[in-house]
Structures are given as structure tokens and as C-alpha cells.
Design a protein around this ligand. Structure first.
Ligand SMILES: [Zn+2]
Ligand SMILES: [Zn+2]
Length: 178
């Protein structure tokens, strides 16, 4: 399984091949490391998010955003041209071809398992054992989105307070980065 996660120190997108024997995630850019959540991978199967230990995960097609739509739009525009030139066979052919292409792509594109809380992605065998994880649920997603917004607010407030405290004291000590 491969984990795609966001380094909290330098914001790099890191990719790490994970297994039960791996004990930590390490950022290739800044060297930040953190232990892999205990029990997140059991018998080569994903049981929880290896980054934050949350068991709320969802699956979606690992499909580039907009690709399916782009195929439909291109198919429609090309068929319109054939329609304009009064070529009904080719008009239908292009329409059906784009629909079939979309269907086939959707069917064979692999899935990616994503953590609701930290948005870490997990790909590869064992990332959705036995179809354990369901597609995105709006209610759960919204709960975690609110949680992320609150956490971000707290972080920026703490940073602002540290800044103003440092300015008040006019101290040579650097304000804390976090
Ligand atoms: Zn980093
Ligand atoms: Zn997570």
C-alpha cells in the first residue's frame, strides 16, 4: 500500500510505501517524522488511517477530476459537428463511443481510500479490504471539515498571540513557528 500524506511542517505531499513492518512516516523534503498509528494496518489490510488513526475512511475512484466530464463534453461537441453536416450515423457513433469510454474508464479505474479527518490517501492492495469502506458520506465529511476549520482557526490565533507577545516584549527571541 502506498500512503499519500501532507507534511505538517513543510506542506510537502509525501508518498510512502507502508506495511505492518514500517514504524514511521518520514517527510522526504524536511525530514519530519511521525510514528504510524498503531493497529492501522493489520494482516496487510488497512484498518484505520496510518497517519491520524481515525477509522472514518471513504473510497472514491482514483479518477482525475474532470476527465469523465471532459470526455462527455468533447463527445458532445464532436457529434454536434457531424449533426450539423447531416451525418446521423457518425453523430450517434461519437455519442455512444464517448458514453462507452466513460463507462469503461469508470469501471477499471482503481479506487483510493481517503481519511475523512486528515485527507491522507491510501492506494494499492489491502486499502479497501472486502469493500469495508463506503463512498463519501456528506454528513461525516462535513463534521470533519468543520473540525479542520476550527483547528486552523486555533492555530492561526495561537500564532498571532505568539507574534504580538514577542512584539510587546521586543525580545530577540524569534516567535514560535507554530
Ligand atoms: Zn516536510
Ligand atoms: Zn487520517
Amino acid at each position: 500500500m502506498e500512503l499519500t500524506w501532507n507534511c505538517p511542517e513543510c506542506s510537502a505531499i509525501a508518498r510512502t510505501a507502508v506495511s505492518e513492518s514500517l514504524s514511521e512516516l518520514k517527510c522526504p523534503r524536511c525530514g519530519y517524522d511521525r510514528p504510524i498509528a498503531a493497529g492501522s494496518i493489520v494482516a496487510r489490510e488497512l484498518a484505520a488511517c496510518p497517519y491520524c488513526a481515525s477509522a472514518d475512511l471513504y473510497v472514491q475512484k482514483d479518477f482525475p477530476h474532470g476527465l469523465g466530464l471532459a470526455i462527455v463534453v468533447v463527445g458532445l461537441s464532436v457529434s454536434t459537428v457531424f449533426y450539423y453536416f447531416d451525418m446521423p450515423f457518425w453523430t450517434m457513433f461519437i455519442l455512444i463511443l464517448s458514453a462507452v469510454l466513460d463507462f469503461v474508464l469508470y469501471k477499471y479505474v482503481p479506487e483510493v481510500t481517503i481519511c475523512y479527518r486528515c485527507l491522507t490517501q491510501c492506494r494499492g492492495e489491502g486499502s479497501n479490504p472486502g469493500g469495508r469502506y463506503a463512498p463519501f458520506d456528506l454528513a461525516i465529511g462535513e463534521r470533519y471539515r468543520q473540525e479542520r476549520i476550527r483547528a486552523e482557526e486555533l492555530r492561526s490565533r495561537a500564532a498571532a498571540e505568539a507574534d504580538s507577545a514577542a512584539n510587546r516584549l521586543d525580545s530577540p527571541i524569534e516567535p514560535r513557528a507554530r
